[in-house]
Design a protein. Structure first.
Length: 481
């Protein structure tokens, strides 16, 4: 590329299609705005506690375009590329940012920019600001997915399908129970993510708040972190968490769980949409550059790509936390920034795609029934063993199953058995009716219907409780099967 070519971002999503169009809340610009927002909030907290002059803080708010607690600052006038280049010397972007911000206000206001804070206070807080915004979008996407899954589970409650274990037909299940399993996973992940706090960070150079005590006295210093958090709409920290990184690792774990939950759906959809199975199909299939007949499960593929990447990112956060030595670690802290950002980015993309995937998911009832009948009754072999072994003997049942697997007519063989006829007579029915009932997959789904009802009922109850208590959970206007 010529040296005078325009500079472009390293990552526009070309190699990460799952995140394209869903990662605006975690861009460099978003982090830069959060850094400026944190700096302005600190000055505002000083003013709230009666320490900083109102005129000085007003000037800071005006210069850095404060938009209110919910929106923060827009970081107008800060050159992100220049800031990134300047960050190399000190190892983080806050050092050059503070210099740039102080240059833009007069002397009276300047002394309240970054007053008493350390770079980690501002950067950790900015990370939590970005994470809170991104998490809200992720939770909304999971909630949309739950709405569609509840509808799918209800409408397909009693549709019998072949369960598969270790890739092979096992026993009957239902399409509704499969959807209910997905629903439980997504709902649990959403609730966990909603419960993760996003605390502000304010501890000074080594987490003792000594600078704030020197500036405003111990009483104000003790109140300042909570005031700082209030200005940002973040949780008040119990104490500085410079090297106690649970806010990052707990968030990371919840994000991995959310991606796992939608990854499970994607894995099942991808498998069940195989040409030879065809029980499920995405609403909009992807194409192929070489094979025009293909209708690839593109959304499932993208979600799975995120699910395969996420656990390693979560592990990296724990590794960085474990190595957070001293009162500010040499490299472990820095390793968190891109790791958490990428995890947030994957969660944003994966959950958005999952909401769309489930809303448009198509169930091919004919294919479900066709696959269920493939084994010609052997899908209830476990039931045959339970019911007939006490009468015919385990070896005899095993032989029947083996012969049926080789092509024998299982229903006819059973109906012709004197022992089966006697068993049918004991139950007041004919051999043919008894065998038909025995081989009916719908008669061997156990508590599938109750499990579906329980999952839908619990999820409905949780959503009602969320609404009553004002939880920030989005819902689609209509439930789509």
């Amino acid at each position: 590329m010529p040296s005078d070519a325009p500079r472009r971002p390293l990552d526009e999503g070309l190699l990460s299609p799952v995140t394209v169009g869903h990662d605006e809340t975690v861009t460099d610009a978003a982090y830069l705005a959060a850094l400026v927002t944190a700096e302005v909030a600190l000055a505002r907290a000083y003013r709230e506690l009666g320490i900083a002059p109102a005129e000085a803080v007003d000037a800071i708010e005006t210069e850095f375009d404060w938009q209110g607690t919910a929106r923060g600052c827009r970081a107008h006038g800060v050159d992100g590329a220049a800031l990134a280049a300047a960050a190399v010397a000190g190892g983080n972007p806050v050092i050059p940012l503070v210099g740039a911000l102080k240059e833009r206000v007069d002397a009276d206001a300047r002394r309240w920019v970054h007053r008493g804070a350390t770079s980690q206070d501002i950067l950790d807080t900015a990370v939590m600001i970005v994470a809170r915004t991104a998490t809200s979008s992720i939770v909304a996407a999971l909630s949309h997915t739950e709405v569609s899954l509840r509808s799918l589970a209800r409408s397909r409650r009693d549709e019998v399908a072949a369960a598969r274990t270790l890739t092979q037909h096992a026993v009957p299940t239902t399409v509704g129970l499969r959807a209910a399993g997905w629903l439980r996973g997504v709902a649990r992940a959403r609730r966990r993510l909603e419960g993760v706090p996003h605390p502000a960070q304010l501890g000074g150079a080594a987490g003792t708040l000594a600078s704030f005590v020197e500036i405003a006295g111990p009483h104000v210093a003790a109140e300042l972190p909570a005031a700082f958090a209030r200005e940002l709409g973040l949780a008040a920290p119990e104490a500085p968490w410079h090297t106690s990184r649970w806010p990052v690792t707990e968030l990371g774990d919840a994000l991995v769980q959310a991606i796992d939950a939608v990854g499970k759906i994607a894995a099942d959809v991808a498998t069940l949409s195989r040409t030879e199975i065809s029980e499920l199909a995405e609403g909009t299939g992807g194409g192929s550059s070489a094979m025009p007949q293909k209708r690839n499960p593109a959304a499932s593929v993208l979600i799975r790509s995120a699910a395969l990447r996420a656990p390693q990112l979560g592990a990296t956060l724990h590794l960085a936390s474990a190595l957070a030595a001293d009162e500010r670690p040499d490299g472990a802290w820095h390793a968190e920034w891109p790791t958490l950002r990428e995890l947030l980015r994957l969660a944003l993309g994966a959950t958005a795609h999952a909401a769309s995937l489930v809303a448009g998911l198509h169930v091919d009832t004919d294919a479900v029934a066709r696959n269920l009948a493939t084994s010609r009754g052997l899908i209830v072999a476990e039931r045959l063993s339970i019911v007939l072994a006490p009468v015919l003997g385990a070896d005899a049942v095993a032989l029947l199953v083996s012969e049926a697997a080789a092509g024998a007519d299982l229903a006819a063989t059973l109906a012709a058995s004197p022992d089966v006829a006697a068993l049918a007579a004991e139950r007041g029915t004919t051999p043919a009716a008894f065998v038909a009932d025995l081989l009916d997959p719908a008669r061997y789904t156990g508590l599938a219907g109750r499990l579906v009802d329980d999952a839908v009922r619990v999820d409905d109850a949780v959503h009602v409780d969320d609404a009553v208590h004002g939880a920030d959970t989005a819902h689609t206007p209509e439930e789509t099967a």
